[in-house]
Write a protein of this length. Structure first.
Length: 263
């Protein structure tokens, strides 16, 4: 099926609003960009079956910033991994735009993730021997782009996160907040359909966490990016457009506040 995606028109020095030039999408108006239908996921532990997600359905409109909250073991990260094509459900369907992600082969998923998903991790996952520029460039090496085009996209992504002047620095020369900004630049450099973030502020001090959330909100609103974020921090979740709570593998109404008190 045809891929749902914006076409990137990236030039050095572009403003945030003009970095990506949207084209008409085939996704009908008001239709979800993410649609998880009756999804279950279980694992085998010896002869025991461990149910992680239980007949869960979730829809996410295009351009929405969604926060997933829940206690440890509730299925948040498993759901995020399924939507991002890092895992496949035991039953049910996951659609992203017109792509039935849950039925793709491993090779199809690898290609689809490269073109459609940007990842932001709690511990950054930057290669320590590579510069900020080289870390951001990595996803582009899997795409058929010229070196000139890669450089344009990398430098614009670094501009967007405020690290143009840190492009030659390796991770050990950057603060935690700056490293996470590199991670976000790497996530957006391919102009993905989705940005998935697993505890993106979990390893940051309060000031850096606030700045990273400001940046994510700016990218979402200015570039119409769909963001799915897993977090334990209610202060981070409040920055999202919508909060969904999980408990024991199912979506639930807001749980007792004491389960999510800020640490």
């Amino acid at each position: 099926m045809p891929k749902q995606k914006q076409s990137a028109a990236i030039y050095p020095g572009c403003s945030l609003r003009s970095i990506f030039v949207p084209t008409l999408r085939e996704n009908p108006v008001n239709q979800p960009i993410v649609n998880a239908i009756n999804v279950s996921r279980y694992f085998k532990r010896g002869s025991e079956r461990v149910d992680v997600l239980d007949d869960l359905s979730l829809q996410v409109p295009e351009g929405q910033f969604l926060a997933l909250m829940g206690p440890s073991g509730s299925g948040k990260t498993t759901l995020l991994n399924l939507i991002a094509g890092l895992d496949t459900p035991s039953s049910g369907e996951i659609w992203v735009g017109e792509s039935l992600v849950s039925k793709m082969s491993e090779s199809q998923l690898a290609r689809w993730r490269t073109e459609n998903v940007g990842f932001v991790f709690q511990f950054y996952h930057l290669l320590p021997v590579l510069s900020a520029y080289e870390n951001v460039e990595l996803p582009l090496l899997l795409l058929p782009l010229s070196s000139k085009k890669r450089r344009e996209q990398v430098m614009t992504a670094l501009d967007l996160v405020g690290l143009h002047d840190r492009s030659k620095h390796i991770p050990s020369q950057l603060s935690g907040g700056q490293q996470q900004r590199v991670g976000i630049a790497r996530a957006i450099v391919t102009d993905p359909t989705l940005i998935v973030a697993d505890e993106p502020t979990g390893d940051l001090d309060a000031k850096s966490a606030h700045e990273i959330l400001d940046l994510m909100c700016t990218l979402q609103r200015s570039l119409n990016k769909t963001i799915l974020m897993v977090t334990h921090d209610p202060r981070a979740a409040k920055r999202a457009d919508r909060i969904q709570y999980l408990d024991k593998g199912q979506l639930v109404d807001k749980p007792e506040d004491e389960l999510y008190e800020a640490g």
